[in-house]
Design a protein around this ligand. Sequence first.
Ligand code: ADP
Length: 386
Amino acid sequence: MAACEGVTPRAVTTGRVPVVGMVGAGQLARMTHRAAIDLGLTLRVLADAPDDSAARVTPDVVVGNYRDLADLRRFAAGCDVVTFDHEHVPPEHLAVLAGEGVVLRPGPAALRHAQDKRALRETCDELKLPAPQWVPVGSAGDVARLGYPVVCKAVRGGYDGRGVWVVHSPGEVERLLATGTALLAEELVPLRRELSAVVARSPAGQAAAYPVVETVQSDGICVEVLAPAPGLGEERASAAQELALRVAAELDVVGILAVELFETVSGELLVNEFAMRPHNSGHWTIEGADTSQFEQHLRAVLDLPLGSPRMPARWVAVANVLGGADPDVFARLPEVLARDPGVKVHLYGKHVRPGRKIGHVTAAGDALGEVRTRASAAAACLRGPG
Ligand code: ADP
């Protein structure tokens, strides 16, 4: 299942410790910093505030606004390569930076597909990728072809299900349009479940594919990841990996690419969306794969040879820790660690707010039911009441 293919990449030889800049200082940057330590690299982060998740642990922090070109320039100066822990940098700023010689990986043309759902759907059509039927929405009449209920999505700026609405009438579409949000509409796919195919690609064209995973969602937030996706079958798992590798190559993605997929009740796989950065569906790789997605992302953006995506354990389950009513997570940590010395707890150092992703727990083993129960029990205990 694990695949490494492509040519031998060139190494980056700068004669000094390479500096990878990551725009954003959330948990993805924080976990990338861990991997940077192992590889002896410097990770510089562009943080909104000094107490951002990654800014608390990395020494090389630039505090600034990722929407401000001057701040982006200040941050990029001295970086060998700039990459991202989110996709919200304005495309016009990315174009300016690229024009000034800043090495952006992934580049603006690829990244557009993670920033703009309309560009994503147009490219799915051009590449003939299996995807939900969709229409751009200028008025409620445009939606008629798909029928109701229908899924309306903000073209830009959505995450964790914000910017996605199941809509039942033209009146509701008009109300969304009246807010000034650019919209598209998609058929409401009859879902069996959601999957994610995570791959990495380097500028030299080397690629590696992780086992396809199942992502369990609740209210638009991923709450659990199961690796590999139970019962998917080798053929469809390979098809999903090949689809993701093809997208990475066609769009010239550099770094991690997560292709979020819908499995329909009839067993079809449809593309939901792309993320071009380490992804929540790949956190299991920290303990569950020979090379974590964070290390793989760093290797890829520096054009270093990629690591093995092989999975030594039979099953790995990740349960996300969401904030509960009582923010004192550390009061509950001793109990979690004592109850199950085998689970791995990752807390992101974020302020606890109800429903906010503040960490995850990983369990690996030979029996799927057992690793699921262990990871979920630990995550629930950390969350606490409410
Ligand atoms: P975000 O960018 O906020 O993550 P997504 O486009 O991934 O938004 O949608 C969030 C969730 O909404 C998906 O994980 C899925 O559960 C549901 N969803 C999105 N599009 C559809 C669709 N066309 N049909 C059915 N469910 C959908």
